[in-house]
Design a protein. Structure first.
Lengths: 377, 189
């Protein structure tokens, strides 16, 4: 085959006018080439490609604080250059300014979750409607969805309990902008906040009820004196017999907060253990030497469960991380905002612009660029 | 935002179609390196490989609402790489680099096959390239893939009907799951 014949073949390929056989020839050559090639990029070279692509694609990274330092350094060096009489001219980089007629509204989150069954299958819980069975775990456990989307685990009383698989775990998780409610096999109710996940057995067979949490959840634990209910998150564990409490344990928040509303819980962290009374909150962190306990406004801690943002002298960055989880936005800071604190509240079913209006009352300015929110003091 | 690396490919695509940028980022984290390496194998030029993969990921984001992925995400991405590379070679200046290789292959080694066979060859390449990933990355990658595919789906993808062959898939999947079980605690929890 001559070069021009190959070129003609490839051009037809581009136009999509190749016969099946010619198409197969090119596909076969490509696969042959890819599978017999000895070329291979080193890990180091691949890392270069990865970093380069990362800088060019519309990816969303963990929020970053923009530091003022480099700019101050540039200003200082320019001043120095001018001072020594050297004329230094730099053409400012052309700025791309996006003009939009009207800023796009950023909608709030809603009832959304992802259920991972013990066999690894994932079910997206977005179409909320009552169904008697959305999945089964063996013969014994049926997973049901209520009219409001709540997932309930129902144990079949006729099933042979000896055949239970003690290692059948499910995971419910929520993406950015999602909250989800679930009733576990023992009747315990769990309200899961955004960007969180909880791993639990499909039925509680042993001498304790153990679940693992990442992120934030409110628990209404069904009473069972013989089987303590244990919530593990990061390096903290909470033990209860039956009670109502909220656990706030996000990986990007430095402090794990447990707030008790009713009953009593024991919080363990490293080698320490503290008992909470209703109205108290424990704070643990790798930065603290011991568990801190304080009296709090419990309404604030569980406002999210009731569809409210409620802030009581909360610092700006904590507030903004909450908005990031609910609106899927990215927040950048220009300048020092460390002393800004908020008190007040609004509803979570509002568009972001309305929530920002409330926050602007505290002498802070926001600029919305796509899904990035820039905060100015 | 660590929950995203626990989602399987199918879940990520669904979230991507709903504008979820973190899901898009996770797809990039999962596939960017192996696609660059795959493109490099054919092109032999890292800059060109980077450009091809950049185009693929940009188009996934720009066309996220219309994305129609029928098979697995990995074979979709590999096919997109193949199409873009063939389009790239269709330029006069580039074709001369490949002319000998293409004509040799078509004249000597080519055997006509149906699309199912090609699909299997593609899957074999993907499996081989995953095997070349650095060890830890590969384990996590496989874990997600194994969790995502049921045995029936694999048999269907490989177009296996023979009973013994099916049993083999079943056995190897079982071994793989066992091996990966110990890793679950490390990587997932």
């Amino acid at each position: 085959m001559k070069e021009n014949e190959i070129l003609a073949l490839l051009q037809k390929y581009q136009e999509g006018t190749l016969s099946n056989e010619d198409q197969d020839k090119l596909d076969a050559w490509y696969l042959h080439k890819a599978s017999t090639s000895n070329l291979q990029l080193s890990d180091y070279e691949l890392e270069d490609s990865y970093e380069l692509l990362k800088s060019k694609l519309p990816l969303q990274a963990e929020p970053k604080v923009i530091r003022l330092w480099p700019r101050v350094a540039v200003a200082a060096s320019i001043a120095l250059l001018l001072g020594t009489g050297i004329f230094y001219f730099t053409k400012p980089k052309e700025q791309i300014i996006q003009v939009t007629e009207k800023a796009q509204e950023i909608a709030p989150g809603g009832t959304r979750g992802i259920l991972t069954l013990s066999n690894g299958k994932q079910i997206i819980l977005a179409n909320i409607s009552a169904k008697d069975t959305i999945a089964k775990e063996g013969e014994e456990v049926t997973i049901k969805m209520g009219a409001n989307g709540v997932i309930t685990y129902i144990i079949n009383p006729d099933a042979d309990a000896s055949k239970n698989n003690p290692n059948a775990f499910n995971t419910l998780s929520t993406p950015t902008g999602g909250q989800y409610n679930i009733v576990l096999a023992d009747g315990t109710k769990v309200y899961l906040n955004a960007v969180s996940s909880i791993k639990y057995p499909t039925q509680f067979n042993g001498d304790k009820r153990l679940v693992e949490l990442e992120g934030e959840a409110y628990f209404e634990v069904a009473k069972n004196k013989n089987k303590p209910f244990i919530v593990k998150s990061d390096n903290q564990s909470i033990e209860v017999l039956g009670t109502h409490f909220n656990v706030h344990a996000y990986a990007n928040e430095s402090v794990v907060k447990t707030t008790l509303l009713e009953g009593s819980v024991a919080v363990s962290f490293k080698n320490q253990k503290s008992i909470l009374k209703p109205g108290q909150q424990s704070n643990v962190s790798d930065n603290f030497t011991k568990i801190k306990i304080r009296e709090v406004d419990t309404d604030e801690a569980i406002a999210w469960k009731n569809g409210r943002f409620k802030f009581d002298n909360a610092d700006l960055k904590t507030v903004m991380r909450q908005l990031e989880r609910w609106y899927g936005i990215k927040v950048e800071y220009r300048g020092d905002v460390s002393d800004v604190r908020f008190s007040g509240g609004t509803f979570m079913n509002k568009n972001l612009s309305e929530v920002l209006k409330v926050l602007e009352l505290s002498n802070i300015k926001f600029k919305v660029e796509g899904r990035t929110i820039i905060v100015y003091p | 935002m660590s929950v995203y690396n626990k989602y399987d490919d199918h879940t990520l695509i669904t979230l991507l179609k709903e504008d979820n940028q973190l899901a898009y980022t996770e797809i990039f984290e999962r596939y960017s390196r192996i696609l660059v390496n795959n493109a490099y194998k054919v092109l032999g030029n890292q800059d060109e490989a980077n450009d091809i993969v950049q185009e693929i990921f940009l188009s996934i984001w720009n066309k996220r609402y219309e994305l129609a992925i029928t098979g697995s995400l990995s074979s979709y991405l590999y096919k997109a790489t193949k199409n873009r590379i063939l389009n790239h070679i269709a330029h006069e200046k580039v074709v001369s680099r490949y002319a000998d290789s293409i004509s040799n292959f078509i004249e000597n080694d080519y055997i006509l096959a149906d699309s199912k066979i090609r699909e299997q060859e593609l899957e074999a390449i993907i499996a081989k390239e995953i095997a070349l990933l650095p060890e830890k990355m590969r384990e996590v990658f496989l874990l997600r893939k194994v969790e995502e595919l049921s045995y029936d789906e694999i048999a269907l993808q490989l177009n296996i009907t023979d009973k013994t062959a099916k049993q083999q898939v079943y056995n190897s999947l079982k071994i793989l799951r066992e091996k990966l079980k110990s890793l679950v605690s490390v990587f997932i929890w």
